[in-house]
Design a protein around this ligand. Structure first.
Ligand code: PEP
Ligand code: MG
Length: 599
């Protein structure tokens, strides 16, 4: 990984970059001002090994997967470029077309294949060597056009190697304080490496508002803008950048008056954050005296302080994927137990809801990626509990760690992507078998066993919530995936982000279905998708009968302020009125009226 500090090929020279303003999706509110750090995959340390004769075909297939992924990435970048002014759009399109051409039937592809087949080189090494030879031969040609293509060849090579290695950016720890990261794309694993005490914020060209990178930004309280077309054209490391994470704006080298205005806004934002801290000590009760449980979602254990400072009554969703990120092996039972135990102890009697592994789709775990081919439709494929039930050893290690942690304080176990009662039954059988084994081994575990809950995040699960309620101890409604699957909108794709609508009548009806089923079965139900952390939606969710909301720690004070200002009877009446509507715009208008009335 390197940082780019050279001007782009069509840049205006070595001087400071021109002023520019870019628009994208404001995914995490707040203002950050700081020096840019432009990230790109650099000269990566590639593994080198000799393939066994029977491993060649598999390696060629792995190489082709990386090529296909690169083509898709470039295709996405190209459609993003369409939203830029005409000149910039056509320059970028020409460049990306050249990159695309290098990926189909080209000398590069043939050369890499030959190295894998004949020299038995691993794919990363084969790409690196072929790129070096190609770049040398281009540079040696007495042709200015081809000489200029050397940079493109190297860029395509870096993209392929990065895809093959699934390498996260490594150098965030070496950035100057307050740096603002500008990148083509940050994966959730990349984002997990950002330290909010040192990094100011970030912006990317690709990424949707509800993908895990956006969720991670909100969790870390880092101002962020995703999906900003043209972001990396003509920007250099060291340029002064402003990120406006609410409005979705990125300003490069803004003029002095604009900068002064943003500095003032940043002070106001920081002051408001300080003021809201006072909320932590106040009770979460509505004006008419109903207690509402507010919990925190944790992506990483280091957010625990934020959750406690925000007055979280518990952890409503612990995403355990962090245990699998940025490493090549899998965590064992002992390691997972120690992490969970520390969290349970740190919460001092407040419940921790630990979710079993939810990888697949856009959330990839390095060590697992090698074992399973990428399905054509990752969001619908072998992921989450489906993967856990296919690989019971993996799931059993998690369940064992959770059961052992349950001896130290209240813990609930949550299962993602449930679509059938049989999946819950199977998980419960495994849980009981693991518990018996642990007791035989002399481990302490909670008695009775921890509650086992189902995530309701598949439309079919919401519609059949009655049958799931009969096999679950609680429900947690995951609105992020529920919206994605109901509306067929990839939550991580900025190109369709405008259709991602939490207020779509279909989504609200599914939420209501699940809440009503839980009430009939007398089991607790929470909402832990991003909707729960948005004060605008919180009022509606309470009106629908939800009494437990779980959200990024940074959102706790805002939602609590809304809870304390609201009358539950009035919220129920307004929600009834909203649920009688069939038009999304009308629903949004009625909800805005309600929120305005709350002040
Ligand atoms: C959800 O889908 O709403 C959810 C909470 O889970 P995740 O965002 O981790 O998929
Ligand atoms: Mg989900």
């Amino acid at each position: 990984m390197t940082t780019r500090n050279h001007p782009p090929r069509d840049g205006a020279g070595d001087g400071p970059t021109a002023q520019r303003m870019l628009r994208g999706l404001g995914v995490s509110a707040g203002i950050a001002i700081g020096p840019a750090h432009v990230m790109e995959a650099g000269a990566l340390q590639v593994p080198e090994y000799c393939l066994a004769a029977d491993g060649v075909a598999e390696e060629v297939a792995r190489f082709h997967e990386a090529v296909d992924k690169a083509r898709r990435q470039i295709g996405k970048l190209k459609s993003k470029a369409g939203s830029l002014p005409a000149d910039a759009a056509s320059d970028i399109a020409i460049l990306l077309d050249a990159h695309q051409a290098m990926l189909s039937g080209s000398r590069l592809i043939r050369g890499v294949e030959r190295r894998i087949r004949e020299e038995r080189q691993n794919a990363e090494l084969a790409v690196q060597q072929e790129i070096t030879v190609l770049a040398q031969s281009f540079a040696a040609m007495d042709d200015a056009y081809l000489a200029a293509r050397v940079a493109d060849v190297r860029e395509v090579g870096r993209r392929l190697i990065r895809n093959l290695m699934e390498t996260p950016y490594q150098a965030f720890s070496r950035l100057p304080d307050g740096a603002i990261i500008l990148a083509e794309e940050l994966s959730p694993s990349d984002t997990a490496l950002l330290d909010p005490r040192r990094i100011g914020g970030f912006a990317t060209v690709l990424g949707g508002a509800e993908g895990h990178t956006a969720i991670m930004a909100r969790s870390l309280g880092l101002p962020a803008v995703l999906g900003a077309a043209g972001l990396l054209q003509g920007v250099q490391t060291g340029d002064l950048v402003v990120i406006d994470g609410r409005a979705g704006r990125v300003l490069i080298n803004p003029p002095a008056d604009v900068l002064a205005d943003y500095r003032q806004r940043r002070s106001l934002w920081r002051a408001e954050r300080e003021q809201l801290k006072a909320m932590a000590g106040l009770a979460s009760v509505t004006r008419d005296g109903a207690a509402i449980t507010l919990h925190a979602n944790l992506e990483l254990p280091r957010e625990l302080d934020g959750a406690r400072d925000g007055g979280a009554g518990g952890i409503g969703l612990l995403r355990t994927e962090f245990l699998y990120m940025n490493r090549d092996d899998l965590p064992g039972e002992e390691e997972q137990y120690e992490v969970l135990r520390d969290l349970v102890i740190a919460m001092e009697g407040r419940p921790v809801t630990a979710r079993t592994l939810d990888v697949g789709g856009e959330k990839l775990a390095g060590a697992l990626a090698d074992r399973f081919a990428t399905p054509a439709n990752p969001a619908l494929g072998l992921r989450a509990i489906r993967l856990g039930l296919k690989e019971p050893k993996l799931l059993e290690a998690q369940l064992a760690a959770m059961l052992r942690a349950s001896a130290h304080g209240p813990l609930r176990i949550l299962v993602p992507m449930i679509s059938q009662p049989s999946e819950m039954r199977r998980v419960r059988e495994l849980l009981r078998a693991v518990a018996r084994r642990l007791v035989r081994r002399g481990h302490a575990i909670a008695d009775p066993l921890p509650p086992l809950g189902a995530m309701i995040e598949i439309p079919g699960a919401a519609l059949a919530a009655d049958s799931l309620a009969s096999v679950s101890d609680f429900f947690a409604i995951g609105t992020n995936d529920l919206i994605q699957y109901t509306l067929a909108i990839d939550r991580g794709d900025e190109q369709v982000a405008y259709l991602y609508d939490p207020l779509h009548p279909a989504v609200l009806r599914l939420v209501q279905f699940a809440v009503d089923a839980a009430r009939r079965a007398k089991i607790p139900v929470s909402v832990c998708g991003e909707m729960a952390g948005d004060a605008r939606y919180a009022a509606l969710l309470l009106g629908l009968g939800v009494r437990e909301l779980s959200m990024a720690p940074a959102h706790l004070p805002l939602v609590k302020r809304r809870v304390r200002g609201l009358d539950l009877g009035e919220a129920t009446r307004r929600a009834d009125m909203i649920m009688g509507q069939t038009d999304g715009d009308r629903i949004a208008a009625l909800l805005d009226d309600f929120n305005e009335a709350l002040g």
